[in-house]
Design a protein around this ligand. Structure first.
Ligand code: GDP
Ligand code: MG
Length: 440
């Protein structure tokens, strides 16, 4: 008896909504995972609050335990925040499109300039690299080297003229791009080791001179907790329209991605993951989410469990169909599933062998479905399970309870038996289902 009681209780706990205790217990783990991934504390707090809110309303999924369920929600929420679908670069209506790179020294701007140039060139563009980092003596040479590797032209101040003015270089580069028909201009700028006013002013001056279509904030994924302050400084000092995360080939878990995204609201467009020009890709929110969570194994387990569960359910229904053991509960479930797919009429024509059922099915519009649903909901579980037991007095009770005429209940029950018979025949013909089990 105690065994049976335990399993009954387990079934109970797997129904309905996630409990606060379930959510709190898992939220603690998530919090630690995010902090370990170097997500900024303020961002973690907001995020956890949001997750708790969302998890409270969530129904328990039959295939997952509550902890897995919460992790699934966390993962979905992470993917959403990190950008859902990846945004593409915005190109100017009148070329050249100007893309300016901004970020701290060592973030990976110059390397990224080469990577982007190669990537764009492969897509048929003709980018021009512009050296506006005149701060360090070898910065121009470094850009020229990556430009050569990418096979694109680099625009730089003539040597021997002393330290050039980056704003002047930027302006002249735009003219040169128009003259030589480059459709994209990639402006590399100087960075400092820390945020400082002079740096921001220079970047803002270059911005004003070239009015970029995109300003990309380049940020080292290893920067960790500092990501928020740095991103805020660049947001306020220069402004940016997109983010590029670099050095993802390192072992940083990439919490900076969540911090920057959450704090600035700007999308992450690209991910850089190595020193070679090819080590570069569009940003994939789903991959980043699982990296930040650091629960790749758990996530794939969850996915497997869900797939297995859905498949099992589908197989069960198919087996029931074939053996003529379909219950009214299944019937309702099927109808609701079909309804979710859209206007029912379009679908019916596509069913194999639906010809003979057409007239019957033609009446199944949405209003009719509502009525059927009300009637079936008005039945006891035993009645749904074994519709043969629905006698005259039960029909009267169901009709009263669901606010329809007895005739409607009769109609439904009769139709159900017809449909069940027909489906069993069809199942035999199309070779699915449990084959041959006797009908009730
Ligand atoms: P900048 O100061 O912002 O222009 O940064 P650089 O492009 O000069 O890059 C600084 C250093 O980081 C260089 O040694 C690059 O080779 C290296 N680097 C840039 N991007 C990546 C990356 O995605 N992965 C790795 N491992 N190194 C990178
Ligand atoms: Mg540089």
């Amino acid at each position: 008896l105690s065994d049976r009681l335990t399993s009954a209780l387990q079934t109970l706990s797997r129904k309905g909504r996630l409990s606060d205790a379930d959510i709190d217990a898992t939220a603690r783990e998530i919090r630690i995972a995010l902090l370990e991934a170097d997500v900024a504390l303020s961002v973690v707090k907001d995020f956890i609050a949001r997750i708790k809110e969302r998890a409270k309303g969530a129904e328990v999924h039959g295939a997952l335990n509550p902890a897995q369920q919460v992790i699934k929600i966390v993962n979905e929420e992470l993917v959403t925040i990190l950008g859902g679908e990846t945004r593409r670069l915005t190109f100017a209506k009148n070329p050249p499109t100007v893309i300016m790179l901004a970020g701290l020294q060592g973030a990976g701007k110059t390397t990224l300039a080469g990577k982007l140039a190669l990537w764009l060139k492969k897509q048929g563009h003709a980018p021009l690299l512009v050296a506006c980092d005149l701060q360090r003596p070898n910065a121009v040479t470094q850009l020229q080297v990556v430009g050569e590797r990418a096979g694109v032209t680099t625009f730089a101040p003539e040597p021997g003229n002393g330290v050039g003015d980056p704003v002047d270089v930027a302006r002249r580069a735009i003219d040169e791009a128009k003259r030589a028909q480059h459709d994209i201009v990639l402006v590399d700028t100087a960075g400092r080791l820390g945020v400082d006013e002079e740096l921001m002013k220079q970047a803002a001056d270059i911005r004003d001179a070239v009015t970029p279509d995109e300003t990309l904030f380049v940020v080292d994924a290893m920067i960790g907790q500092d990501a928020v302050t740095t991103a805020e400084a660049f947001r306020d000092g220069v402004g940016f329209t997109g983010v590029v995360l670099t050095k993802l080939d390192g072992d940083a878990r990439g919490g900076a991605a969540l911090s920057v995204r959450q704090v600035t609201g700007q999308p992450i467009l690209f991910a850089s993951n190595g020193e070679k020009l090819e080590d570069f890709d569009l940003f994939h929110p789903d991959r980043m989410a699982s990296r930040i969570l650091g629960m790749g194994d758990v996530l794939s387990l969850i996915e497997q469990a869900e797939q297995h569960f859905d498949q099992e359910k589908a197989e069960q229904t198919a087996a029931k169909l074939g053996s003529g053991q379909l219950t009214l509960e299944d019937f309702l479930e099927q109808m609701l599933a079909v309804r979710k797919m859209g206007p029912i009429g379009n679908l019916l024509g596509m069913l194999p062998g639906a010809g003979q059922m057409k007239d019957q099915l033609a009446q199944v519009d949405d209003k009719h479905l509502d009525k059927l649903q009300a009637i079936i909901r008005g039945m006891t579980p035993a009645e749904r399970d074994d519709p043969k037991m629905i006698n005259a007095s039960r029909r009267l009770r169901i009709a009263k309870g669901s606010g329809v005429a007895v005739r409607d209940v009769n109609d439904l029950v009769n139709r159900f038996f017809e449909a069940r018979k027909m489906m069993a025949q069809m199942a035999g013909r199309f070779g699915f289902g449990g084959g041959g089990g006797g009908s009730k």
